[in-house]
Design a protein around this ligand. Sequence first.
Ligand code: SAH
Length: 379
Amino acid sequence: MEKCSYAKKCGGCQYQGIAYEEQLKEKEKKVRKLMKDFGKPEPIIGMENPYYYRNKVHAVYHHQRNGEIISGIYQEGTHKVVPVEECQIENQEADRVIQTIRRLAVSFKIKIYNEDSGYGLLRHVLVRTGRKTGEMMVVLVTASPVFPSKNNFVKALRKEHPKITTVIQNINDKNTNMILGERNVVLYGKGYIEDELCGCRFRISPNSFYQVNPIQTEKLYQKAIELAGLTGKERVIDAYCGIGTIGLIAAPHAGEVIGVELNRDAVRDAVGNAKRNGIKNARFYQGDAGKFMVAMAEEGEKADVVFMDPPRSGSDEAFMNSVVTMQPEKIVYISCNPETQVRDLKYLTKKGYRVVRICPADMFPFTVHCECIVSMTKV
Ligand code: SAH
């Protein structure tokens, strides 16, 4: 494929113009270097077709001085909006939805929000797609709750994109870098979409985390569960569980699953997802994973396997210290940032754990980011 024409200004794809095989080699090299004290990584799990993988697509809208409305992304490190019509890594239908909304905003005379003056309504749009189900969620982020002619707007949008199964208005009236605000108003449909991973069905709410590359997510989860070596008896903790995906896919191979997650919407999704899949041996708790683990350890609770999948910043000592107290036989650490993962591995390997396998996976082709699963066992 030709090099993306926005690459320089966007900055989202640092590996634009580099052959995919080369990208994989670069990532392998990086992980090998980072993990040198812990062992030799296995070959990276790559994609067959590394394009159009992102199921979550975001655009910011901007009213230009000449009256034209553009949609796109912020130029790296700035608040200047770069117009983007198509993207090599985003779901193509989602990109078309973003263009349609731009056209409809003109015909419905919807005012685009201006960050400097604070006037205007429409700020961002977020589109999420269920790869297996084809369901589509559109989140219209507005600066105020008042959305004139919203029903006709939604009707016109659905007419052009019948795949849209739910439309949500998210109200973000703060002057912030965060895309989504806290309040959601369902304008059409159920207010969430569903998707399938590894044979399980998942409900995904607008503010819940969901992996952006579903093809690779299936391979990632399969690998993580393989590394856990479950026999059907284990008590498993799924820490930083999001909507419960890893724990629920593992549940049929385990005795019991306990999930913990900070985001309330995601926890609600996880509880619903257990029911949706007829899984009775999984429970989910809302809270900080570190505090939750400290409380479990203090009560003398035990676990056999801990899956941990923290955000980019990695885990904290409270969490890891309690894991060490609970003495699980195995820890499977999934990370989207091997740098913080290495920091955490240093801690765990000093406290009685040994690295067994290191498996990098490419969840984000064309970007520098690399995912890495590390399994550990009690010495
Ligand atoms: N395992 C899930 C989610 C991984 S992303 C999946 O594969 O989909 C990391 C998750 O950690 C997010 O859902 C985020 O909301 C959650 N999180 C962030 N900080 C947390 C904390 N301190 N305690 C618990 N969960 C946290």
